[in-house]
Design a protein around this ligand. Structure first.
Ligand code: URP
Ligand code: ZN
Ligand code: ZN
Ligand code: ZN
Length: 510
């Protein structure tokens, strides 16, 4: 970008942000409480949250929020924009993905940087380039797909650039998967760096074996995906990762909990005091595996993601776990491949690029599935869609709350408005939508991103390149007081910590 164009854009952005916004007559909903208040926004920040506010400057834009809930913008902790994966590149990039997110009330997301040929810094450079198109705030997690001294050193460099979470894949054998030995080394490094270790928990060896068996039995279609990687493999890997994290004394974040099996591992670990976070995703709480048996191959293939979408019973267990607190937050794992891209697996389900949409739908789907069903209060909704992510990734209260001084990422939500989801009207670059025809009550009517009204009455008003990287600092709340805990599974101090003096045993058996 030339200096003059860049400068002009800066002036434009500044002019746009200079207009105060006053949200009048709504109910503010935070994770801790809800109350009647107006919200005054200036220069990208929330200035005041009080009853009966008046405009303080000429030209203030007023939004009528009577009958509406005024909530923190959603934070999606799990996305893959423009990700190269299984021979394809995910077709939502930082522009179309952000357009979709904002139209659905999400104002920040955290995307996974993948290393390039296992090189973390090369991956970082790639994602910097992708993010040039950004429209809204974003953060990064970094995936670790191999282990070496170089990787350990690069993790520190990445952390210093504002990344406080590293993901390890226990599946995708031959591609992204790490061994237990590599995972353990990674967990220890994360603890040293004050970074949160994340796992994709499925037993990758067993998945590969299951896939081969299902394919050889003649099942080549999308249903083979569900048949070959059952919930037991997710539960096993979740339990294993948690035990290894306990062994390393590292907090752990389990991404995309899709099954009761995995959820129960998280719940049991939390019950015994382990610092483990369970993230589920919008598709897991709203969809069911029967879709993979759809007679239309293109429809069935849309639902292929890993770990797989499970039965209704699993979805019910995940919702109950969110309501009861065993799971802490909901992301999407938005990783979208259009019909043409999915078609590369038409003769072999193992080649169908894995991933589903959700970035635009998550807020609505969670409201429908959990608030309209009476399982979550509006405050709980804010917690699982926004506040928890801000706290876990150490950017609270800058994000995740409507309070003076916080970033002005705000949504106006009409709880009575009915609508339905369709590929023809969504804002993603996808040609399909796994929520096609899904009916909902409750809709985001306005989205404010850093003080700018970017979504209002069905229209987007966004500018490519205006998004901003939000660094996530290390040593967040999950590390608070951790130094007071022993790495208790290896306790050399047990029985006094001195080697037992014994007489020579040489010669007795040799
Ligand atoms: O199917 C999925 N989940 N695709 C994205 C990559 C991952 O495992 O998160
Ligand atoms: Zn994953
Ligand atoms: Zn993912
Ligand atoms: Zn001997």
């Amino acid at each position: 970008m030339s200096f003059v164009v860049g400068w002009a854009l800066l002036v434009l952005a500044f002019t746009a942000a200079a207009e105060d916004l006053l949200i009048k007559g709504g109910t503010v909903v935070n994770a801790d409480r809800q109350f009647e208040a107006d919200v005054l926004i200036r220069d990208g920040l929330i200035l005041r949250v009080e009853p009966d506010l008046q405009a303080e400057r000429p030209g203030t834009r007023q939004l009528d929020a009577r009958g509406m809930l005024v909530m923190p913008g959603g934070i999606d902790p799990h996305t893959h924009l423009a990700m190269p994966f299984m021979g394809q590149v995910a077709c939502d990039d930082f522009y179309s993905g952000h357009a979709a997110a904002l139209a659905g009330g999400t104002t920040m997301h955290i995307d996974f940087v993948l290393p390039v040929a296992h090189d973390l810094l090369a991956g970082w450079a790639e994602w910097q380039r992708k993010a040039e198109a950004a429209v809204m705030d974003y953060g990064f997690h970094m995936a670790v797909t191999s282990w070496s001294k170089q990787v350990a050193a690069d993790m520190q460099v990445i952390a210093s650039r504002g990344v406080n979470s590293f993901k390890f894949f226990m599946a995708y054998k031959g591609a992204l998967m790490v061994t237990d030995e590599q995972l353990l080394a990674g967990l220890r490094r994360c603890r040293q760096l004050g970074a949160l270790a994340q796992v994709h928990a499925e037993n990758g060896d067993a998945v590969a074996e299951g896939q081969a068996r299902v394919f050889e039995a003649g099942v080549t279609g999308p249903e083979g995906h569900a048949l070959s990687r059952p919930a037991a493999l997710e539960g096993e890997a979740t339990g294993r990762a948690i035990r290894l994290a306990e062994f390393a004394g590292a907090p752990l974040y389990v991404v995309h909990v899709m099954s009761r099996d995995a959820m129960e591992e998280v719940a049991r670990a939390r019950q015994r005091g382990v610092r483990v976070i369970g993230e589920t995703v919008a598709s897991a709480v709203s969809q069911e595996e029967g879709r993979l048996w759809d007679p239309d191959w293109d429809v069935a293939a849309q639902y292929v993601m890993s770990p797989p979408i499970r039965s209704r019973e699993h979805a019910a267990a995940l919702k109950a776990a969110l309501a009861g607190g065993a799971l802490q937050l909901v992301g999407t794992d938005h990783a979208v491949f259009n019909s043409t891209q999915k078609q590369v697996g038409r003769h072999d389900f193992r080649l169908i690029p894995n991933g589903v949409n959700g970035l635009e739908e998550r807020m609505h789907v969670v409201w429908q599935e959990l608030v309209n069903s009476g399982q979550l209060s509006p405050s709980d909704f804010v917690r699982v869609t926004s506040t928890a992510a801000a706290q876990i990734f150490n950017i609270y209260p800058r994000k995740g709350v409507i309070a003076p001084g916080s970033d002005a990422d705000v949504i106006l939500f009409d709880p009575l408005l009915e609508h339905s989801i369709a590929a023809a009207t969504h804002h993603s670059a996808m040609d399909t939508n796994i929520y096609q025809g899904y009916r909902l009550k409750g809709k985001v009517v306005s989205t404010i991103s850093r003080g700018r009204l970017v979504w209002h009455n069905g229209k987007l008003n966004i500018t490519r390149g205006t998004g901003r990287f939000i660094p996530t600092p290390t040593f967040g709340p999950l590390f608070e007081g951790l130094d007071k805990r022993p790495e208790h599974l290896v306790d050399v101090a047990r029985y006094g910590g001195v080697p037992v003096q014994r007489g020579s045993i040489e010669g007795k058996v040799d």
